[in-house]
Design a protein around this ligand. Sequence first.
Ligand SMILES: [Zn+2]
Ligand SMILES: [Zn+2]
Length: 363
Amino acid sequence: MANNQQATVALIKGADQVPEIAKIDIPSLEPLAMMTEIEAATLCGTDIHLWHSAEKSMPYIPGHESCGIVTDKNGDRYDVTGELVEIGDRIIWAYPFCGECFYCTVANQPTMCDNAARFGREPVAKYPHLLGGCATHQYVPPKSAIVKVPKNVSSELAASAGCALRTIMHGFERLGTVAAYETAVIQGTGPVGLYALAVAKSKGFKRVISIGAPDTRLALAKEWGADETLNIEECTSRNDRIKWIMDQTKGIGADVVIQCAGSAAVSEGLEMVRPGGRYLSIGDGGSSKDIEITPRAMSVKMLNIIGVRSGAGRHFYQALEFLSSAMFPFKDLISGSYPLEHVAEAFAGMKSMSEIKASIIPK
Ligand SMILES: [Zn+2]
Ligand SMILES: [Zn+2]
């Protein structure tokens, strides 16, 4: 299975250093591993966060949202629906949860598995080397759940399902049943906030309110069905924003508030939830900033505070099926596409937030 082909990759060698283009030998495949040629990789806030932080794993190939075509395999693998995966199939795939630890087995919470490689941050020096999406090729480990991409879903959108949308699917699963009278507030109008808005609309909330900025993204939120929007650049006071939500909800607060805006939004969001309501925290997984929570928010206010990390195979499948439904103009999320050689510009665009979601098209 060894070969002398090479992959072209983007390499991050130090915190905030411009990604460099390099060549890496394509490794031989372990039993049940596969090799893909990347069709598209999309960037998310976590890529920018990892880029800023001086990780021990440098240099690494960034990108944990990718969609590829299978070019080689060492044994037969099946996708999450039981279909044989063949050379030429277009796929996305989950982190390789070990299937043997406490979290994978007893707790049935595989995304907490400590033994899984996490794409877009593993040291390139370590086998199998090609574990980042900003590259011509990416390795699919034997334990990764695989999902074939429906024909009507573009590779860029399929890639974005592999982080933002699958995490949202997992979050809504943890949130549980939605009642037809309920109001949801979405904090954030980035890609995660917009996807969360779309899923919330499809789950049957009576009203969905988006809070974010700038105006262009709020316009997009409106187009995607937000019943009301609030611009945080115009309504700059935390207390005014909380009051506005109270005014929108007969003074009760929202049944559900979904955080897709970062840790700075959490304490404000907790104030927006009605007593006995639910707070789902999705965004800013990489932040270690402390926030203050008063005990009253959890006990007397009887809040359910729900966290979510990553997603398992079924969430990838749900994400692709949702995209395939074409219920929303999803392609609006992909704001710019870059060849691999221009990956540094894509990172700059994500950092400055001039891009909603940038995609890398290696070919
Ligand atoms: Zn495990
Ligand atoms: Zn991500």
